[in-house]
Design a protein around this ligand. Structure first.
Ligand code: UD1
Length: 339
């Protein structure tokens, strides 16, 4: 089997690439290294003993994408990660987000729909907004998004669903990730943000190691047990495995399936303060933090109903929050050695 991974050097893309290579799948990896690092290839090689076929390529370059499919005529499936994901930046520069996330997706679809190459799309629980019912099921109605980033995921899903209806034989799975955290157990790959991290766990580990003076807890008066926001934190290795299970399901399933949506989470809601405490207990490192103002656009609470993916794909999260935080910390220490 040969799989094209877009955004293959990114956080989730690199972990999925490792699992694909380990299961004997050939990987063609593309990335524009806008938000990733070329050395990730060395980490992948160190873990698997193999490197994917890598092409430095931007999905906005339609001609190059078409050339890629002419060169690799035997691609069995595509896992599409390549996208920007900073919510705040998307509010300041929406066109950058629509051009990249939607433009890139359209170029990709123009090649793969005609060829009926199945697609896994990297979506997000952001599409639900603040759901009035918890846990969140796949058929929970979507709310207007609080950011252009969120709209790129909602619109991206819609474009794929419409393409599946229009092109007989084109199939897709949309994976709505909750909050991916942690790193590969080898500490050879992990989350590798360029600039200031926007997400909780990389900010927390950078604070614990002394790169940042203080972690701000965004909001402490929410209507939750300890006043801080609640999320469903999923180990990146579990999330990566969900892609492997999805691609096999997609490729082997009957023609009846056209476009299927799955939540990918643990089903457990955890508060920001609980994450900090669990990190401190696990690593014996204290994290200086301060209760601060809420972050604009934040959802108060989001955690997944995971029955559909459990039953239909036989996938279940295996790693605990403790293991995820320990692996994130081990990875931060590795990064520190490099700097
Ligand atoms: C965010 C995006 C989501 C996106 C995901 C991946 C929003 C509203 N959602 O998820 O659409 O798919 O990132 O990029 O931005 N927190 C702090 N201090 C920090 C950082 C975060 O207290 O320095 C809190 C947040 O308020 C939140 C939790 O930690 O309650 C998790 O935040 P984060 O890791 O940024 O993820 P989300 O906001 O859930």
């Amino acid at each position: 089997m040969k799989i094209l991974v877009t955004g293959g050097l990114g956080y989730i893309g690199s972990h999925v690439t490792v699992l694909l290579l380990e299961s004997g799948v050939e990987v063609v990896s593309i990335d524009n290294i806008d938000n990733s690092h070329i050395e990730v290839l060395d980490g992948i090689k160190a873990i698997t003993g193999k490197k994917p076929v890598f092409e430095l390529l931007d999905l906005k370059d339609k001609d190059k994408i078409q050339d890629l499919f002419k060169k690799h005529t035997d691609i069995d499936g595509v896992i599409h990660f390549a996208a920007y994901k900073a919510v705040g930046e998307s509010v300041e520069n929406p066109l950058k987000y629509y051009k990249n996330n939607i433009g890139g997706l359209l170029n990709l679809l123009e090649s793969i729909c005609e060829l009926s190459i199945p697609l896994i799309f990297s979506s997000s629980c952001t599409v639900y907004g603040q759901s009035s019912k918890l846990p969140i099921k796949e058929n929970t109605p979507l709310k207007p998004s609080s950011s252009p980033y969120g709209y790129t995921k909602q619109i991206g899903e819609q474009i794929i669903e419409d393409s599946c209806k229009a092109h007989l034989g084109f199939k897709a799975i949309l994976l709505r990730y909750f909050n991916p955290i942690g790193a590969h157990p080898s500490s050879k790959i992990g989350e590798y943000p360029k600039g200031t991290p926007q997400n909780l766990v990389p900010f927390l580990t950078q604070t614990a190691i002394g790169k940042r003076p203080l972690l701000k807890v965004f909001g402490s008066n929410y209507n939750t047990p300890d006043g801080t926001c609640i999320r469903d934190y999923i180990h990146v290795m579990d999330l990566a495995q969900a892609h492997i299970d999805s691609i096999y399901y997609l490729i082997s399933s009957s023609q009846k399936l056209t476009c299927e949506i799955f939540n990918v989470g643990t089903g457990q809601g955890v508060s920001v303060l609980e994450v900090i405490k669990e990190f401190e207990n696990t690593t014996s490192k204290s994290v200086p933090y301060k209760l601060s103002d809420p972050r604009k656009g934040d959802t108060v609470a989001a955690y997944a109903d995971v029955k559909k993916i459990n039953n239909q794909l036989g996938w279940k999260a295996k790693f605990s929050l403790k293991e995820a935080l320990q692996s994130a910390w081990n990875w931060e220490k590795e990064l520190d050695k490099k700097s």
